[in-house]
Ligand binder design. Structure first.
Ligand code: AHM
Ligand code: MG
Length: 337
Protein backbone atom coordinates (compact mmCIF):
# COMPACT_ATOMS: atom_id res chain seq x y z
CA UNK A 1 0.00 0.00 0.00
CA UNK A 2 1.38 3.45 -0.88
CA UNK A 3 2.28 5.70 2.06
CA UNK A 4 0.48 9.04 2.28
CA UNK A 5 0.85 11.81 4.82
CA UNK A 6 -2.17 12.72 6.93
CA UNK A 7 -4.22 15.91 6.59
CA UNK A 8 -2.85 16.92 10.01
CA UNK A 9 0.75 16.61 8.80
CA UNK A 10 -0.12 18.43 5.56
CA UNK A 11 -1.59 21.34 7.53
CA UNK A 12 1.37 21.50 9.93
CA UNK A 13 3.74 21.58 6.92
CA UNK A 14 1.64 24.39 5.40
CA UNK A 15 1.75 26.24 8.72
CA UNK A 16 5.55 25.91 8.89
CA UNK A 17 5.77 27.23 5.32
CA UNK A 18 3.75 30.29 6.41
CA UNK A 19 0.79 29.52 4.14
CA UNK A 20 -1.69 28.65 6.89
CA UNK A 21 -2.30 30.32 10.25
CA UNK A 22 -2.85 28.20 13.35
CA UNK A 23 -6.53 29.22 13.39
CA UNK A 24 -7.06 28.35 9.72
CA UNK A 25 -5.45 24.96 10.45
CA UNK A 26 -7.96 24.43 13.28
CA UNK A 27 -10.84 25.42 11.01
CA UNK A 28 -9.78 22.96 8.31
CA UNK A 29 -9.37 20.16 10.87
CA UNK A 30 -12.87 20.84 12.21
CA UNK A 31 -14.22 20.83 8.65
CA UNK A 32 -12.55 17.46 8.04
CA UNK A 33 -14.14 16.08 11.23
CA UNK A 34 -17.53 17.37 10.09
CA UNK A 35 -17.05 15.70 6.70
CA UNK A 36 -16.17 12.38 8.42
CA UNK A 37 -19.30 12.68 10.59
CA UNK A 38 -21.55 13.47 7.60
CA UNK A 39 -19.93 10.60 5.64
CA UNK A 40 -20.75 8.18 8.49
CA UNK A 41 -24.41 9.21 8.44
CA UNK A 42 -24.60 9.17 4.62
CA UNK A 43 -23.14 5.66 4.48
CA UNK A 44 -25.72 4.35 6.97
CA UNK A 45 -28.56 5.73 4.82
CA UNK A 46 -31.91 4.28 5.80
CA UNK A 47 -30.32 2.53 8.82
CA UNK A 48 -29.67 5.98 10.37
CA UNK A 49 -33.17 7.19 9.45
CA UNK A 50 -31.40 9.79 7.32
CA UNK A 51 -33.32 9.45 4.04
CA UNK A 52 -36.45 11.30 2.94
CA UNK A 53 -37.96 14.72 3.45
CA UNK A 54 -37.43 16.86 6.55
CA UNK A 55 -40.89 18.40 6.07
CA UNK A 56 -39.43 21.95 6.01
CA UNK A 57 -38.40 24.49 3.35
CA UNK A 58 -35.17 26.49 3.12
CA UNK A 59 -34.84 30.19 2.24
CA UNK A 60 -34.86 29.33 -1.48
CA UNK A 61 -38.29 27.71 -1.08
CA UNK A 62 -36.81 24.25 -1.68
CA UNK A 63 -38.06 21.25 0.29
CA UNK A 64 -35.32 20.21 2.71
CA UNK A 65 -34.22 16.59 2.99
CA UNK A 66 -33.41 15.16 6.41
CA UNK A 67 -29.75 14.97 5.38
CA UNK A 68 -29.68 18.67 4.41
CA UNK A 69 -30.66 19.49 7.98
CA UNK A 70 -28.39 16.87 9.62
CA UNK A 71 -25.32 18.01 7.61
CA UNK A 72 -26.07 21.67 8.34
CA UNK A 73 -26.29 20.97 12.10
CA UNK A 74 -23.06 18.93 12.08
CA UNK A 75 -21.13 21.77 10.40
CA UNK A 76 -22.47 24.43 12.76
CA UNK A 77 -21.90 22.42 15.93
CA UNK A 78 -18.33 21.50 14.91
CA UNK A 79 -17.35 25.08 14.10
CA UNK A 80 -19.21 27.47 16.40
CA UNK A 81 -17.08 27.11 19.54
CA UNK A 82 -13.48 27.01 18.20
CA UNK A 83 -12.78 30.75 18.43
CA UNK A 84 -11.53 31.00 14.84
CA UNK A 85 -14.81 32.11 13.19
CA UNK A 86 -16.57 35.46 13.19
CA UNK A 87 -19.77 33.88 11.84
CA UNK A 88 -21.09 31.32 9.35
CA UNK A 89 -23.49 31.34 6.40
CA UNK A 90 -25.25 28.32 4.98
CA UNK A 91 -27.30 27.63 1.87
CA UNK A 92 -29.89 26.19 4.25
CA UNK A 93 -30.18 29.26 6.53
CA UNK A 94 -31.85 32.56 5.66
CA UNK A 95 -29.62 34.75 7.82
CA UNK A 96 -26.01 34.85 9.00
CA UNK A 97 -25.38 32.24 11.71
CA UNK A 98 -23.76 33.97 14.68
CA UNK A 99 -21.27 32.47 17.10
CA UNK A 100 -22.91 31.77 20.52
CA UNK A 101 -22.23 34.38 23.20
CA UNK A 102 -20.41 31.74 25.29
CA UNK A 103 -17.69 31.42 22.58
CA UNK A 104 -15.20 33.97 21.26
CA UNK A 105 -15.14 35.28 17.69
CA UNK A 106 -12.18 34.92 15.31
CA UNK A 107 -10.59 35.98 12.03
CA UNK A 108 -12.53 33.93 9.47
CA UNK A 109 -16.00 33.61 7.95
CA UNK A 110 -17.19 30.16 6.87
CA UNK A 111 -19.80 29.56 4.16
CA UNK A 112 -21.17 26.18 3.09
CA UNK A 113 -23.62 24.15 1.08
CA UNK A 114 -23.94 21.38 3.67
CA UNK A 115 -25.37 18.73 1.35
CA UNK A 116 -24.96 19.34 -2.35
CA UNK A 117 -26.93 17.19 -4.78
CA UNK A 118 -29.95 16.76 -2.50
CA UNK A 119 -32.00 15.16 -5.30
CA UNK A 120 -29.54 12.23 -5.25
CA UNK A 121 -29.78 11.43 -1.52
CA UNK A 122 -32.65 8.98 -1.74
CA UNK A 123 -31.28 7.19 -4.82
CA UNK A 124 -27.87 6.47 -3.25
CA UNK A 125 -25.86 8.49 -5.77
CA UNK A 126 -22.77 10.58 -4.86
CA UNK A 127 -23.52 13.78 -2.93
CA UNK A 128 -21.20 16.22 -1.17
CA UNK A 129 -20.42 19.29 0.93
CA UNK A 130 -18.95 22.54 -0.46
CA UNK A 131 -17.26 25.24 1.64
CA UNK A 132 -15.60 28.64 1.30
CA UNK A 133 -13.48 30.59 3.81
CA UNK A 134 -13.24 34.40 3.83
CA UNK A 135 -11.43 36.79 6.12
CA UNK A 136 -13.68 38.39 8.77
CA UNK A 137 -13.44 42.14 8.14
CA UNK A 138 -15.31 42.94 11.35
CA UNK A 139 -13.74 43.71 14.75
CA UNK A 140 -13.97 40.65 17.01
CA UNK A 141 -16.30 42.37 19.49
CA UNK A 142 -18.89 42.96 16.71
CA UNK A 143 -21.28 40.50 15.11
CA UNK A 144 -20.54 40.20 11.36
CA UNK A 145 -23.45 41.16 9.12
CA UNK A 146 -24.46 39.91 5.67
CA UNK A 147 -22.46 42.81 4.15
CA UNK A 148 -19.24 41.41 5.66
CA UNK A 149 -19.74 38.20 3.65
CA UNK A 150 -20.24 39.98 0.32
CA UNK A 151 -16.61 39.68 -0.82
CA UNK A 152 -15.62 38.61 -4.36
CA UNK A 153 -14.52 35.00 -4.79
CA UNK A 154 -10.96 36.09 -5.61
CA UNK A 155 -10.61 37.06 -1.92
CA UNK A 156 -11.35 33.55 -0.64
CA UNK A 157 -8.69 32.31 1.80
CA UNK A 158 -9.57 28.67 1.19
CA UNK A 159 -12.20 26.61 -0.59
CA UNK A 160 -13.04 22.95 -0.88
CA UNK A 161 -15.55 20.18 -1.14
CA UNK A 162 -16.14 16.63 0.01
CA UNK A 163 -17.67 13.86 -2.09
CA UNK A 164 -19.61 11.09 -0.37
CA UNK A 165 -19.21 8.41 -3.02
CA UNK A 166 -17.57 4.99 -3.19
CA UNK A 167 -14.87 6.65 -1.06
CA UNK A 168 -15.10 9.95 0.82
CA UNK A 169 -12.72 12.52 -0.59
CA UNK A 170 -11.89 15.98 0.68
CA UNK A 171 -10.49 18.34 -1.96
CA UNK A 172 -9.17 21.73 -0.92
CA UNK A 173 -7.16 24.74 -1.94
CA UNK A 174 -5.44 27.27 0.26
CA UNK A 175 -4.48 29.36 -2.77
CA UNK A 176 -1.42 27.29 -3.64
CA UNK A 177 -2.68 24.39 -5.76
CA UNK A 178 -5.39 21.80 -5.16
CA UNK A 179 -4.97 18.81 -2.85
CA UNK A 180 -7.14 15.73 -2.48
CA UNK A 181 -7.44 13.59 0.66
CA UNK A 182 -9.19 10.24 1.08
CA UNK A 183 -10.96 9.24 4.29
CA UNK A 184 -9.63 6.03 5.82
CA UNK A 185 -12.86 4.72 7.33
CA UNK A 186 -10.98 2.39 9.68
CA UNK A 187 -8.91 5.11 11.37
CA UNK A 188 -11.14 8.14 10.71
CA UNK A 189 -8.15 10.04 9.26
CA UNK A 190 -7.77 11.80 5.90
CA UNK A 191 -4.72 10.86 3.82
CA UNK A 192 -3.10 13.03 1.17
CA UNK A 193 -3.77 10.80 -1.84
CA UNK A 194 -4.02 13.44 -4.59
CA UNK A 195 -1.33 16.17 -4.33
CA UNK A 196 -1.46 19.09 -6.79
CA UNK A 197 -4.50 18.05 -8.82
CA UNK A 198 -4.68 19.65 -12.27
CA UNK A 199 -7.46 19.92 -14.86
CA UNK A 200 -6.29 18.64 -18.27
CA UNK A 201 -6.37 21.62 -20.68
CA UNK A 202 -8.47 19.76 -23.24
CA UNK A 203 -10.92 16.88 -22.96
CA UNK A 204 -13.79 15.51 -25.05
CA UNK A 205 -16.41 15.34 -22.27
CA UNK A 206 -19.19 17.69 -21.16
CA UNK A 207 -21.72 17.90 -18.34
CA UNK A 208 -25.00 19.81 -18.67
CA UNK A 209 -28.64 19.09 -17.90
CA UNK A 210 -29.59 18.55 -21.55
CA UNK A 211 -33.32 18.47 -20.75
CA UNK A 212 -33.08 22.28 -20.60
CA UNK A 213 -31.92 22.60 -24.24
CA UNK A 214 -35.01 24.53 -25.31
CA UNK A 215 -34.42 27.09 -22.52
CA UNK A 216 -30.71 27.75 -23.23
CA UNK A 217 -29.33 30.94 -24.76
CA UNK A 218 -28.04 30.81 -28.37
CA UNK A 219 -24.29 30.59 -27.48
CA UNK A 220 -24.87 27.50 -25.31
CA UNK A 221 -27.13 25.89 -27.93
CA UNK A 222 -24.45 26.50 -30.56
CA UNK A 223 -21.62 25.12 -28.38
CA UNK A 224 -23.46 21.93 -27.38
CA UNK A 225 -24.78 21.34 -30.93
CA UNK A 226 -21.18 21.44 -32.18
CA UNK A 227 -20.05 18.91 -29.56
CA UNK A 228 -22.92 16.61 -30.48
CA UNK A 229 -21.87 16.54 -34.15
CA UNK A 230 -18.85 14.51 -33.01
CA UNK A 231 -15.94 13.55 -35.21
CA UNK A 232 -17.64 14.78 -38.41
CA UNK A 233 -18.56 18.17 -36.92
CA UNK A 234 -16.52 21.36 -36.45
CA UNK A 235 -14.79 19.98 -33.31
CA UNK A 236 -13.57 16.76 -34.96
CA UNK A 237 -14.02 14.73 -31.76
CA UNK A 238 -16.70 12.37 -30.46
CA UNK A 239 -17.60 14.17 -27.23
CA UNK A 240 -18.98 12.10 -24.36
CA UNK A 241 -21.66 13.38 -21.95
CA UNK A 242 -22.05 12.80 -18.18
CA UNK A 243 -24.58 14.42 -15.81
CA UNK A 244 -24.73 13.21 -12.23
CA UNK A 245 -26.79 16.22 -11.01
CA UNK A 246 -24.59 16.63 -7.93
CA UNK A 247 -22.27 19.56 -8.66
CA UNK A 248 -19.60 18.09 -6.38
CA UNK A 249 -19.51 14.82 -8.30
CA UNK A 250 -19.62 16.45 -11.75
CA UNK A 251 -16.91 18.98 -10.83
CA UNK A 252 -14.79 16.26 -9.21
CA UNK A 253 -14.84 14.32 -12.49
CA UNK A 254 -13.86 17.46 -14.44
CA UNK A 255 -11.05 18.11 -11.94
CA UNK A 256 -9.85 14.54 -12.31
CA UNK A 257 -10.05 13.90 -16.04
CA UNK A 258 -10.97 17.21 -17.65
CA UNK A 259 -13.97 18.45 -19.60
CA UNK A 260 -16.54 21.14 -19.00
CA UNK A 261 -19.37 21.56 -16.48
CA UNK A 262 -22.19 23.99 -17.26
CA UNK A 263 -25.26 25.27 -15.48
CA UNK A 264 -25.74 28.27 -17.78
CA UNK A 265 -28.30 31.04 -17.71
CA UNK A 266 -31.54 29.83 -19.28
CA UNK A 267 -35.13 30.99 -19.56
CA UNK A 268 -36.16 28.77 -16.63
CA UNK A 269 -33.72 30.34 -14.19
CA UNK A 270 -33.22 33.81 -15.74
CA UNK A 271 -35.41 35.61 -13.19
CA UNK A 272 -33.30 34.19 -10.35
CA UNK A 273 -29.98 35.00 -12.07
CA UNK A 274 -29.01 31.34 -12.54
CA UNK A 275 -29.47 27.98 -10.84
CA UNK A 276 -26.36 27.64 -8.67
CA UNK A 277 -25.49 29.75 -5.65
CA UNK A 278 -22.56 32.18 -5.95
CA UNK A 279 -21.32 32.08 -2.36
CA UNK A 280 -21.77 28.37 -1.58
CA UNK A 281 -21.22 26.69 -4.96
CA UNK A 282 -19.85 28.88 -7.77
CA UNK A 283 -17.11 30.74 -5.87
CA UNK A 284 -15.51 27.79 -4.06
CA UNK A 285 -15.64 25.60 -7.20
CA UNK A 286 -14.25 28.43 -9.35
CA UNK A 287 -11.32 28.91 -6.98
CA UNK A 288 -10.56 25.17 -7.01
CA UNK A 289 -10.79 24.92 -10.80
CA UNK A 290 -8.61 28.00 -11.37
CA UNK A 291 -6.07 26.73 -8.84
CA UNK A 292 -6.00 23.46 -10.81
CA UNK A 293 -5.24 25.32 -14.06
CA UNK A 294 -8.79 25.50 -15.43
CA UNK A 295 -11.19 28.41 -15.92
CA UNK A 296 -14.58 29.41 -14.49
CA UNK A 297 -16.96 31.96 -15.99
CA UNK A 298 -20.62 32.93 -16.16
CA UNK A 299 -20.21 33.06 -19.95
CA UNK A 300 -19.87 36.83 -19.66
CA UNK A 301 -17.15 37.22 -17.05
CA UNK A 302 -14.88 35.52 -14.51
CA UNK A 303 -16.87 34.12 -11.58
CA UNK A 304 -14.20 35.09 -9.03
CA UNK A 305 -14.52 38.78 -10.03
CA UNK A 306 -18.27 39.05 -9.30
CA UNK A 307 -19.01 41.53 -6.51
CA UNK A 308 -21.77 39.76 -4.57
CA UNK A 309 -24.98 41.63 -3.86
CA UNK A 310 -26.75 39.04 -1.72
CA UNK A 311 -25.79 36.02 0.39
CA UNK A 312 -28.09 33.69 -1.54
CA UNK A 313 -27.36 35.18 -4.99
CA UNK A 314 -27.46 32.77 -7.96
CA UNK A 315 -25.23 32.87 -11.03
CA UNK A 316 -24.62 30.95 -14.28
CA UNK A 317 -21.65 28.56 -14.00
CA UNK A 318 -19.38 27.33 -16.80
CA UNK A 319 -16.11 25.76 -15.63
CA UNK A 320 -13.44 23.20 -16.46
CA UNK A 321 -10.76 22.73 -19.10
CA UNK A 322 -9.49 26.14 -20.14
CA UNK A 323 -9.80 25.66 -23.92
CA UNK A 324 -13.46 24.62 -23.70
CA UNK A 325 -14.43 27.38 -21.26
CA UNK A 326 -12.74 29.99 -23.46
CA UNK A 327 -14.66 28.73 -26.50
CA UNK A 328 -18.07 29.01 -24.76
CA UNK A 329 -17.12 32.48 -23.52
CA UNK A 330 -16.15 33.57 -27.05
CA UNK A 331 -19.57 32.43 -28.34
CA UNK A 332 -21.24 34.65 -25.69
CA UNK A 333 -19.03 37.59 -26.70
CA UNK A 334 -19.82 37.00 -30.42
CA UNK A 335 -23.53 37.32 -29.62
CA UNK A 336 -23.10 40.52 -27.67
CA UNK A 337 -20.63 42.28 -30.01
P1 AHM B 1 -28.69 21.50 -4.18
O1 AHM B 1 -27.54 22.26 -3.53
O2 AHM B 1 -30.01 21.91 -3.62
O3 AHM B 1 -28.49 20.05 -4.19
O4 AHM B 1 -28.82 22.02 -5.74
C1 AHM B 1 -27.70 22.13 -6.56
C2 AHM B 1 -27.63 21.00 -7.57
C3 AHM B 1 -26.23 20.85 -8.10
O5 AHM B 1 -25.52 19.96 -7.29
C4 AHM B 1 -26.46 20.26 -9.47
O6 AHM B 1 -25.44 20.59 -10.38
C5 AHM B 1 -27.76 20.84 -9.88
O7 AHM B 1 -28.42 21.29 -8.69
C6 AHM B 1 -28.63 19.83 -10.56
O8 AHM B 1 -29.70 20.45 -11.17
P2 AHM B 1 -30.80 19.65 -12.04
O9 AHM B 1 -31.76 19.11 -11.07
O10 AHM B 1 -31.37 20.68 -12.95
O11 AHM B 1 -30.09 18.57 -12.81
MG1 MG C 1 -25.77 22.66 -3.85
Amino acid sequence: MPQHISLTQFLIDEQRAGRVSADLGLLLQALAQSVAAIAATVSKGALAGALGEAGTENVQGEAQKKLDVIANDILIQANEWGGYLGAMASEELEFVCQIPSSATRGDYLLLFDPLDGSSNIDVNVTIGTIFSVLRNPQAKDKEPTEADFLQPGRDQIAAGYATYGPSTQLVLTLGDGVHGFTLDRETGGFLHTHPFMTVPTEACEYAINASNVRHWEAPVQRYIAELQQGRDGPRGCDFNMRWIASMVADVHRVLTRGGIFMYPLDEKCRAKGGKLRLMYEANPMAMLIEQAGGAATTGRGRILDIIPERLHQRVPVILGSRIEVERVTSYHLDLES
